[in-house]
Design a protein around this ligand. Sequence first.
Ligand code: NAD
Length: 322
Amino acid sequence: MLNAAVIGCGHIGKLHANAFAQCENVRLCALIDTDPERAGAAAEQFGAKAYASIDEVPEQIDIVSVATPGFAHYSVVMDLLERGIDVLCEKPLTLGVEEAREIEKKCRETGRRIGVGFKMRYEEVFLKAKELMPQLGRIYAVSEVKSQPHPLAGNRTWMSKSGCMHELAVHDYDLIEWLMGADAKSVYALLDYSYGWETENGARLTVEYENGAHGMLLSEYCSGEGVVGGYDCAMTFIGENGYMRIERPNRIVLHTTSHQVIDVTPVPDSEAFARQTKTFVDSILNGNPFAADVKRGVWATVFVEAAHRSAKEEKKVYVKDI
Ligand SMILES: NC(=O)c1ccc[n+]([C@@H]2O[C@H](COP(=O)([O-])OP(=O)(O)OC[C@H]3O[C@@H](n4cnc5c(N)ncnc54)[C@H](O)[C@@H]3O)[C@@H](O)[C@H]2O)c1
């Protein structure tokens, strides 16, 4: 039995708490947030205790989900690793490359494990796409379009510091590499700063992958006042045998030797988070690898940094040079 805690009890932290509550081998002990109201509300909802800091928790904690904003991940995660705790950290692992690499080093020193919250890997439409992917043969090209409404309201103003790539598109960058089994080699980026945020609100990337495929990846927040629509997430892979278009959350078009439209029944977000947490917990208990490990978290941060550098220097940047 593992004693668990969640740090950061906002929207996503509660999904992590719910996921721990469903794990047979886990006892959810502590809901931790610097905002006592949020910690208290989550503790009441999940029948655990509320705390402002892990220092106050009386139990020995074995595993923690970190769902604070991205800028806070580094200090929270380093502290947990030093305490000998395994961590499931929300994406992005960190906003900075040096911090990400220090976390990886700390994992090596302490022998503790990090899982990174790329929960879209557990959504039904992408699991189905992963199964179908080999039918395309060698992949030549991929396109991705992602948009989401983003009212900068309440305490969510921190999101304008993380930006569109770390906050929104990083899931898709991870999914493309996971689906193809090939990492990005270089990136040329045009970033959109038209909303006046501290960092980009949109990103248009041209990517070369190690398998020779080329990607055109577009992502953008829609932040017009009162906007409620604007959700889109679709990717198309073109291979030697045809193409596959994935339309999140529920449809795949596969056109190879025949034309198939595959309807997929999506699972609720809570189920995708539960699958992710269960897989991470099992990997800790059984000593098995967890696919979205610290290396993948570092890689995603390095890739976004390569895109930032490319936009700044107005040239293609090789990921290995970061
Ligand atoms: N996997 C996904 O699909 C997905 C979706 C949205 C957001 N996220 C990620 O989840 C994380 C949280 O996002 P959110 O939308 O729940 O944010 P949120 O603002 O709703 O909640 C964050 C919470 O963290 C608390 N907090 C901040 N600093 C803290 C600290 N040092 N210690 C303890 N608590 C602290 C805040 O008080 C707040 O309650 C971010 O990293 C975000 O990128 C993931």
